[in-house]
Design a protein around this ligand. Sequence first.
Ligand code: MN
Length: 230
Amino acid sequence: MSLVIPAPAPVHLPVAGGGLFPVHRIYCVGRNYVDHAKEMGGDGREPPFFFLKPADAAVPVAEGQTGTIPYPSLTRDFHYEIEWVVAIGKGGSNISAADAVNHIYGYAVGLDMTRRDLQSDMKKAGRPWSIGKGFDHSAPIGPIHPRTATGEMHKGAITLKVNGQMRQNSDVSMLIWNVSETIEQLSKGWTLQPGDLIYTGTPAGIGPVVPGDVMEGAIDGLGTLRVAVV
Ligand code: MN
């Protein structure tokens, strides 16, 4: 049988050292650093919770390049969130924390771009966050660094500068729920698939960007992600 409409274009991310990583889904963890959980009004002790972005919200940015994203519609408070991203290479459900590392293909630097005003409105109304989080171009991401090259990561400075000014500065070892625990919890709710990305949460220091701003995110060992808002 032939397709009755054009098939959606696949979303591929460059892999450091060569190859392409096909994206299946984008999962995101909310409030996973104590300092950020507090700035969002929590006490930093909640169990992990998850939301999703569509796969085609990913904006692949090659190392050394500056990606561009449009200032989105409907918002007057467009925020950056720098995040450590885990790329799943082997799927499964009910994955134990002890086995989780075997499901990781690699790691990347990502931005969880957020229409904060819309997210806040939805929270107040008890409605889904999709319009605040899951919109077009909301998931810029750098190349995937294979775990075979990096080893299993547990620590590393995570930073975000806007126009050269430091705005977020933490370490991925400060995650409330570490990557293995996150995979264990997430795989209770969904069957993870090869190609899934997990945005693991952002540290404190979130804030707005406007057209003309350039964001520069970095994680030790995973390079630098440069993205301009246009
Ligand atoms: Mn986030």
